[in-house]
Design a protein. Structure first.
Ligand code: ATP
Length: 652
């Protein structure tokens, strides 16, 4: 079967090729063969839409092109010279009605009935084997081949002048014979015509499959934002999507089929065609813009048959990168913690949790006050997660970590052209990012006064205005603010706006420092050290290994609160990981890693401290409360009770 490629003329793909019910065939022929083939056309009328058109040579080609352009045909069927011309001039599928040897034999037998001298004029080439037939049939045969209609006429004239009365050949020749009053016999059989139609049906089926696939690809190509172009092995453009066409300089006529280096030499794919190697992510300036360019060879069965060029707008990539970073930053600040993750059993901590839980069920602004590292952000996350906004964004911003101008654009966003270097299309700020969710403004005391004014307005009016814009954008955001600074003192010093203070101080949560809730130190330390040991994949038992250190941990003042405890827990875990069992631990060596733990308490080596002393110290630190003392020591109440019975047998 003939292999074919979808013609350049199919771009864009055949309009009517979507899914007409029957395959569409165009039978392009001379009148003679048409009349002869009509019974076969009638046979196929049920299975195909057949257009029968008379045409010769250039005329046939023009007709075929018209049908392709109008998208009304899937395959052509033709014979002789017409078929050759169509095949050479189109890349559309063409089935040929082949002249079979038996067809010719039949025609010659019939010719012999009329005359003993038979002339043959055939398209293409003569058939030397006919010499044998000539003797068999006992007739004189003279045969000629022709390439063009003029050729055919000349050959026919030669035969006529030689007195041949019967001419066998193609329909063109039969027509000439009949015009000259001779006998013209068509050298085709109905079986050959049928075979031609059957081939055409198969070609049409394949063409449709191909057109369908092509249409899908074309749809994808047309919807790509990237500019894409493809060339064939002759460096001629075979595809260019709309963004690419916009970039390229206009050409007279169709862009397709033009040589790429003649249209846009800068985009040349010649080197890719020559080398067959791919070039990825090259930066190229074209049309006064920077592009990220890929040049890729297209291969078929290992052979380079073309190349594709893709241009990505460098600015878009930069923007995507920025927005990716922004997304990542936002993702990092999504609320992970819930109340159940917070560790602490002290009275003041439990009270703080209960208050925060109550606040969570309102939609009011919350101000969380507390020293650095007490867990303000953790509480803000837990409040968000307990609130109705839990599935919405939680966006955290530390007001102290931005210079004033940057904080403003971070919070409120900006319009395109708001300032030099502002991004095309502008950028949304954190208020917009937190829309329908919660915005956590950490270190609000560090917010510059001018911004405090803007923030107050946003909280009152529930809308923001991007920098460089006048259009207000409504936002629905719950604000949770946090401060480690005494805001009231700052108001007196005119460093914080009183009206903003009243606005954010609707619900106030004060988190006590760790030194005021020492009962929380042991459970926090145990949990934090255990987590670190797990991360370090150390096998030692955290609870048992930490127990001798607890009095020191509890006694420490923790100016950095839980954050400082986290830090020391990490150092302790790294120290502990070198031991397999708690019995091997030389606690005194920890002095180098955690000197702060060894400052206040007597320098006696912890591991040499007798159990009795450790228990007494814990009881002293816990003010006689056994439960707390047990927690300091990292043992259960019953263990402590057992120890106490051995130390102070009379007391129980
Ligand atoms: N109750 C707690 N349970 C477990 N981890 C805690 C607890 N409180 C604080 N942390 C941990 O301590 C660290 C400091 O907490 P967080 O960042 O919430 O403090 P902060 O008060 O917001 O600090 P800053 O004011 O310095 O921003 C965090 O890593 C947090 O996970």
């Amino acid at each position: 079967m003939k292999q074919f490629n979808v013609s350049l003329r199919h771009w864009p793909p055949m309009k009517a090729a979507r899914s007409p019910a029957l395959p569409r065939l165009c039978f392009l022929s001379y009148r003679q063969i048409r009349e002869f083939a009509m019974p076969v056309v009638a046979e196929y009328a049920q299975r195909a839409d057949i257009e029968v058109v008379d045409g010769t040579f250039g005329g046939a080609l023009a007709i075929a092109r018209d049908r392709i352009d109008r998208g009304v045909v899937d395959a052509f069927v033709s014979a002789g010279s017409n078929a050759s011309i169509l095949r050479a001039g189109l890349e559309a599928p063409v089935a040929t009605i082949q002249l079979g040897g038996f067809d010719l034999l039949q025609a010659l037998i019939e010719a012999r009935r009329i005359a003993s001298r038979v002339g043959i004029v055939m398209y293409g080439a003569t058939i030397p084997e006919l010499d044998a037939v000539k003797d068999l049939l006992n007739i004189e045969i003279v045969q000629y081949a022709y390439q063009t209609p003029d050729d055919a006429r000349q050959r026919f004239e030669l035969l006529r002048r030689q007195g041949f009365e019967v001419i066998v050949g193609s329909s063109l020749v039969v027509e000439l014979a009949q015009e000259a009053g001779l006998h013209g016999l068509l050298a085709y059989s109905l079986a050959s015509v049928r075979k031609g139609f059957e081939d055409a049906m198969e070609l049409a089926r394949v063409a449709r499959l191909e057109a369908g696939r092509y249409e899908q690809l074309n749809g994808v190509l047309h919807n790509l934002q990237e500019a894409v172009l493809a060339v064939n092995e002759d460096h001629r453009i075979i595809a260019a999507n709309p963004p690419m066409r916009q970039l390229m300089r206009p050409v007279a006529g169709s862009l397709l089929g033009q040589r790429l280096d003649a249209v846009e030499p800068e985009l040349s794919l010649q080197a890719t065609l020559d080398s067959g190697t791919e070039e990825r992510a090259a930066v190229q300036r074209f049309g006064q813009r920077d592009w990220i360019v890929n040049r890729t060879p297209i291969r078929e069965h290992g052979q380079v048959v073309g190349a594709a060029l893709t241009l990505y707008d460098a600015r878009r990539i930069q923007e995507a990168d920025t927005s990716l970073r922004m997304q990542q930053r936002l993702r990092q600040s999504t609320a992970r913690y819930r109340f159940e993750h917070l560790i602490g059993a002290s009275e003041s901590f439990r009270r703080a949790v209960a208050t925060a839980q109550r606040f969570a069920h309102t939609d009011l602004t919350v101000l969380i006050a507390g020293e650095s590292g007490v867990g303000k952000e953790l509480f803000a996350q837990a409040i968000h997660n307990e609130s109705a906004r839990t599935s919405r964004p939680f966006v955290a911003v530390n007001c102290a970590s931005f210079p004033e101008a940057l904080l403003e654009s971070e919070l409120f966003g900006y319009e395109e052209g708001a300032f030099t270097g502002s991004r095309r299309g502008g950028r949304r700020g954190l208020f917009e990012a937190a829309h329908t969710g919660t915005l956590f403004l950490d270190e609000i005391g560090d917010m510059p006064l001018a911004l405090q004014t803007r923030l107050l307005r946003v909280l009152q009016e529930r809308e923001i205005t991007r920098l460089g814009s006048n259009a207000p954008i409504p936002v629905n955001v719950r604000v949770i603010a946090a401060t480690h600074q005494p805001l009231q003192d700052m108001i007196a010093e005119r460093r914080f706006r009183q009206d903003l203070y009243y606005r954010i101080n609707t619900l106030r949560l004060t988190l006590p420092p760790l030194r005021e809730r020492r009962e929380d130190i042991a459970p926090l330390a145990q949990s934090l050290v255990a987590q670190c040991l797990q991360r370090l994949q150390a096998g030692i038992d955290a609870r048992e290994a930490l127990a001798p250190l607890l009095p020191r941990l509890v006694a420490h003042d923790w100016p950095g609160n839980v954050r400082e405890l986290e830090n020391i827990a990490e150092r302790i875990a790294v120290f502990l990981m070198q031991f397999d069992t708690p019995q091997q631990i030389r606690y005194d060596d920890l002095r180098h890693d955690c000197p702060e733990l060894f400052e206040g308490l007597p320098a006696a080596a912890l591991d040499s401290q007798p159990l009795e002393e450790r228990v007494r110290e814990a009881m002293r630190l816990a003010g006689g409360n056994r439960q707390e003392a047990a927690r300091y020591l990292g043992v259960s109440r019953s263990t402590l009770w057992r120890w106490l019975r051995t130390i102070e047998p009379n007391e129980d």
